[in-house]
Write a protein that binds this ligand. Structure first.
Ligand code: AMP
Ligand code: MG
Ligand code: MG
Length: 303
């Protein structure tokens, strides 16, 4: 089984706090991840699959970057990377051809983590944004029936404490954040390991500025308010577009009462296009747009 990390804080953190060197953190370790995944230009790929699994371990007491991990992952459904994806991420076809399956990458990552932390202490996963843990890893594991360690079910979206500490309206990108914090932009944008390293450096920077890190997202918790608020607007837009080829009139039941496993309220519909599926009802992830389709693979027919 995967490691279970305890949530007790370490003596080391208490010692550092007593010396007044920095804010004591609730976690002995932070593991910063930044997945890269299959993609195409200006459209959504389905199902999207992780192709690079990087992680950087930060000591919660000292802020030292301790160790790094990376495995390339072989995608099953779209094994040949698009040129766009190769250029965006810098990942070569031979990298993923020689990669492991996602389940194996998760096990390797867990073994690395156990060895690097001596299997003790509390741990929090850190990402830039909610996509890595709420959407990408969760949907792929569900879709493929892969078990993942429970520490991936809660995370710190570093954008939240970053914007609380340094400001910046809207959706600040990792690159903007690194620059705003006065750090040099090193490495390649959208290389997972470089992105994870930069996120780790930002984390350390915030720790040095006295920011205490707390969990910002969890699969057990309801979706953030802003997602709930966005949904009716999105649905309104869809209703204003009567010429969509596949869609859609509400299937009954109040929207937002059920949640997809990516934590977005599900949406139901009935196929209106003439053909064998006409009149069939379905439920799917509510995170859907006419142009891009569904964000995650959740979809069921209800009759
Ligand atoms: P990031 O962590 O920002 O490097 O992006 C994670 C993943 O999101 C990438 O591996 C791509 O699958 C996808 N992605 C990021 N930017 C784009 C883009 N401009 N167009 C399409 N997919 C993208
Ligand atoms: Mg990312
Ligand atoms: Mg990245």
């Amino acid at each position: 089984r995967f490691s279970e990390f305890s949530r007790t804080s370490s003596n080391m953190a208490a010692i550092m706090a007593a010396r007044g060197q920095r804010q004591v953190q609730d976690f002995d370790f932070f593991v910063v991840v930044d997945f890269e995944a299959t993609c195409v230009k200006d459209a959504r790929i389905f199902p999207q699959e992780i192709i690079e699994f990087p992680a950087v371990l930060v000591d919660g007491a000292t802020g030292r970057i301790e160790s790094a991990f990376r495995r390339y992952v072989r995608p099953k459904h779209h094994p040949v990377l698009t040129q766009f994806c190769r250029e965006l991420t810098g990942i070569r076809q031979e990298d993923v051809d020689g990669g492991v399956e996602l389940g194996e990458a998760l096990w390797m990552h867990d073994s690395w983590l156990k060895a690097a932390t001596a299997g003790a202490g509390s741990l929090a996963v850190v990402t830039w944004g909610d996509w890595d843990c709420r959407t990408m890893l969760e949907s792929e594991c569900r879709f493929k029936g892969i078990e993942k360690p429970s520490y991936f079910d809660r995370w710190i979206n570093l954008r939240v404490p970053f914007q609380a500490a340094l400001g910046g309206g809207g959706r600040v990108t990792l690159q903007e954040a690194v620059r705003a914090a006065g750090l040099d932009w090193e490495g390649r944008l959208h290389c997972g390991l470089d992105d994870a390293r930069k996120t780790a450096r930002l984390l350390v920077e915030l720790m040095l500025r006295g920011v205490k890190m707390t969990i910002t997202g969890s699969l057990a918790s309801p979706p953030p308010i802003h997602q709930k608020q966005q949904l009716p607007i999105q649905q309104k837009k869809q209703q204003q577009q009567p010429h969509q080829p596949h869609m859609i009139s509400p299937c009954g039941g109040s929207p937002g009462t059920c949640f997809c496993y990516c934590r977005v309220p599900t949406r139901g519909g009935v196929v209106s296009v003439p053909g064998p599926m006409q009149g069939k009802c379905f439920f799917g992830c509510g995170n859907w747009t006419p142009a891009m389709g569904p964000v995650c693979p959740y979809f069921v027919w209800t009759n």
